[in-house]
Design a protein. Structure first.
Length: 216
């Protein structure tokens, strides 16, 4: 599967995001068909460093069993130490160019963009994919910028240098099809799965809403 295909249903999660045990939520999300996972241990109830590493290893093993790549948010050292498949960084994090210079060749580097300029820079610096947003209002990121809306998302897409893209922020089953119609390769979600009463069914529902038809 290509990275573009891997972005179809990108689940992001840390212990603070979950209604149930993180291991259980990830297991259900994997069973529901997520195609990429990002470990994002942030927020008031985030684990200590030692517990974070232990949880990362546990979740990584589960992802491996389902052949789903495991990406670490922000923490390049942790990603390299545990042999993660990649890292996702934003504008406040280590630059894509600096990470590229010290990471294995096939290491996935994802970058956030909320504007045409940020998308162009990330592409120039060698990012492998872009996470664009927040598209809609989100309760999962305390320091989120103002949402750009579906039109804002569509306006950025011509300036991504052909990189694979995923939309993020406030996406759930009610808007997923509209988001996909902008032309992104997939959606990245936290709460639509992590806070669902039934994460497996939530993931499966999003998976079918993000599936490309042959004519698309
Ligand atoms: C796929 C994806 N896109 C965007 C983000 C946001 O990254 P960032 O702006 O660095 O914010 P934090 O997630 O670190 O709070 C993401 N994590 N994943
Ligand atoms: C990490 C991140 N970056 C932009 S919005 C966001 C949070 C997305 O979470 P949710 O899918 O619950 O809105
Ligand atoms: Mg970040």
């Amino acid at each position: 599967m290509t990275l573009r295909q891997r972005l179809q249903l990108y689940f992001i999660m840390g212990s603070d995001d979950c209604l149930h045990a993180p291991e259980q939520v990830v297991e259900e999300a994997l069973a529901g068909g997520i195609t990429l996972f990002q470990f994002r241990e942030k927020g008031a109830r985030a684990h200590s460093d030692t517990a974070t590493r232990a949880l990362a290893l546990e979740l990584q093993q589960r992802c491996r069993r389902h052949d789903v790549p495991f990406v670490v948010n922000d923490d390049v050292e942790l990603a390299l130490a545990i042999g993660a498949d990649g890292v996702h960084v934003g504008q406040q994090d280590e630059s894509v160019a600096a990470i590229r210079a010290r990471c294995p060749r096939n290491f996935i580097i994802g970058a956030s963009a909320i504007s045409r300029e940020e998308a162009e820079r990330a592409s120039r610096e060698g990012a492998d994919y872009l996470g664009i947003g927040p598209v809609l209002a989100t309760g999962s990121k305390a320091d989120a910028e103002r949402p750009i809306g579906l039109q804002g998302l569509a306006d950025i897409l011509p300036f991504t240098g052909g990189l694979p893209t995923v939309a993020i922020g406030g996406i759930d089953a009610s808007c997923c099809a509209r988001v996909m119609r902008t032309g992104v390769d997939g959606v990245a979600v936290i709460s639509a799965i992590s806070r669902a009463a039934a994460p497996r069914q939530a993931a499966a529902g999003l998976k079918s809403l993000t599936a490309r038809q042959p004519a698309d």
